[in-house]
Ligand binder design. Structure first.
Ligand code: GLN
Length: 442
């Protein structure tokens, strides 16, 4: 059987191909001369599968799609607060090259507009790097996101520099406000090199998938930046990634995204996939016309809007039943899926409503594939309170989805690999792990 996904991508590309509206970026001569017919779409899943259609391996310059990644590098290298002191996180509702800085502080409003991105470029890497070292830090970082060594298109860089008056003006303003302390010409030169990094739609999808995968590149498995940095970056992409079309995009498409004037467009869907499209003709906002259409199709065909998530809470309790009778009775609560706050709340409620009277209670998490910190703490607290109510509490957790399960303070939890160890004949062999004993490998 052929996978259904490439066929779907072929079909969607065919649907948008006829749209020749928009113009290639006129203000960078090399981009104005780009082949406007190019068209590609790529999906990269968080576990490293790549599906593509069209010109997936044709190189284009990354342009503004470099901005969220360089922002991630700056956050990782300098820390969130020092970066926030120099670049805000408020949507500007203005064009990408607007010469606008926050009143009073002189801070650029966000890292997705040029003023913010020029500042962010200067914040990548440790302080006191020279201009060339900073470019190398950015290039190495972008390469880590892509999972292969990338290079700069010197021709596009030179072409953009001959017309970089607006970005130079922005950099001089930033310098006058003390937002950047380096030579403004050096910073714009470095930023323009960053924008001139050559990528393919396949690379872009992989970079987006790294964001979707909490900062871990799905192919190389490298943790490029940590997940707190990714959360910050995706939030800013969601609110500012599409410039003055950001609100429209957030409601219509609902995927944290970033566009570039060479015609690239990426979207990162946390936990699911990275998407990239390539089509050089741009709309008035500087976003790829057919790229925007493709993303609109993807969202409506596949329900990719981030605000639209299935109700996971009901499904968390797979079943609750009593096994055995009398002194041998055990109340078994079988959980499943991914458990976060709302799922854990559902479990708490189930325990309260049932108010089990059986001497033993089993929380079976063998079908749970993920549990976050708050849910883990809530389940352990449930175990502790059940102990205090006089129950013997067991956790069926063969894959140690709850590592070191210590309910603390009077709580007592016995970890077993399978339910039969508690309700079957072998239950006597179960090993007790109270607050003071270490878990699993004890
Ligand atoms: N290098 C381009 C610029 O600074 C990037 C703009 C973009 O892709 N939106 O103008």
């Amino acid at each position: 059987m052929r996978s259904v996904i490439p066929d779907y991508l072929d079909e969607v590309l065919a649907d948008v191909r006829a749209d020749v509206s928009g113009e290639t970026a006129g203000y960078i001569p090399e981009l104005a001369a780009a082949d406007p017919h190019r068209l590609a779409a790529v999906f990269a899943t968080v576990d490293g599968e790549v599906y593509g259609s069209g010109d997936v391996d044709v190189e284009l310059t990354i342009q503004s799609i470099s901005k969220p990644f360089t922002y991630a590098l700056a956050l990782a290298d300098r820390g969130v607060d020092p970066v926030l002191a120099k670049v805000g996180v408020e949507p500007s509702g203005e064009a990408f090259n607007q010469i606008s800085l926050e009143r009073g502080t002189g801070r650029p409003l966000n890292p997705m507009i040029n003023a913010g991105a020029i500042t962010t470029h200067a914040l990548a890497g440790p302080e006191h790097l020279d201009a060339a070292e900073r470019v190398e830090r950015v290039l190495a970082g972008l390469s880590a996101f892509a999972g292969r060594r990338l290079r700069v298109d010197e021709v596009v860089h030179a072409s953009e520099m001959t017309h970089a008056h607006r970005n130079l003006a922005i950099a001089h303003m930033l310098r006058s406000h003390g937002i950047i302390t380096e030579d403004p010409v050096d910073v714009v030169d470095g930023y323009t090199r960053q924008c001139s990094v050559l990528v393919t739609a396949r690379d872009l999808a992989m970079m987006a998938a790294t964001l979707a995968n909490r900062g871990v590149n799905p192919l190389t498995n490298e943790q490029v930046v940590d997940h707190a940095v990714v959360r910050q970056v995706l939030s800013v992409m969601a609110t500012c990634g599409m410039y003055d079309a950001a609100g429209d995009w957030a409601t219509h498409v609902g995927i944290p995204a970033k566009s570039g004037v060479a015609g690239g467009l990426i979207g990162a869907l946390p936990g699911q996939l990275g998407i990239a499209t390539f089509s050089p003709r741009l709309d008035v906002h500087g976003n790829s016309v057919r790229g925007v259409s493709l993303f609109e199709r993807f969202t409506s065909d596949m329900g990719l809007h981030v605000m639209e998530v299935p109700p996971t809470t009901r499904a968390v309790v797979r079943c609750a039943k009593v096994r055995g009778v009398g002194d041998d009775a055990t109340w078994v609560l079988r959980l499943q899926g991914g458990i976060r706050f709302a799922g854990a709340e559902r479990v708490v409620r189930e325990v309260l409503e049932t108010a089990p009277v059986e001497p033993r209670v089993v929380l079976d998490v063998s079908l749970v594939h993920s549990i976050d910190d708050v849910a883990r703490r809530m389940l352990l607290e449930v175990a502790r309170r059940l102990t205090l109510d006089g129950h013997e509490v067991y956790l069926v957790d063969p894959e140690a989805i709850i590592p070191e399960p210590d309910p603390g303070d009077g709580g007592r939890l016995t970890v077993v690999d399978e339910l039969e160890q508690v309700v079957g004949s072998r239950h006597g062999a179960a090993e007790h792990r109270g607050a003071s004993t270490s878990a699993r490998n004890a």
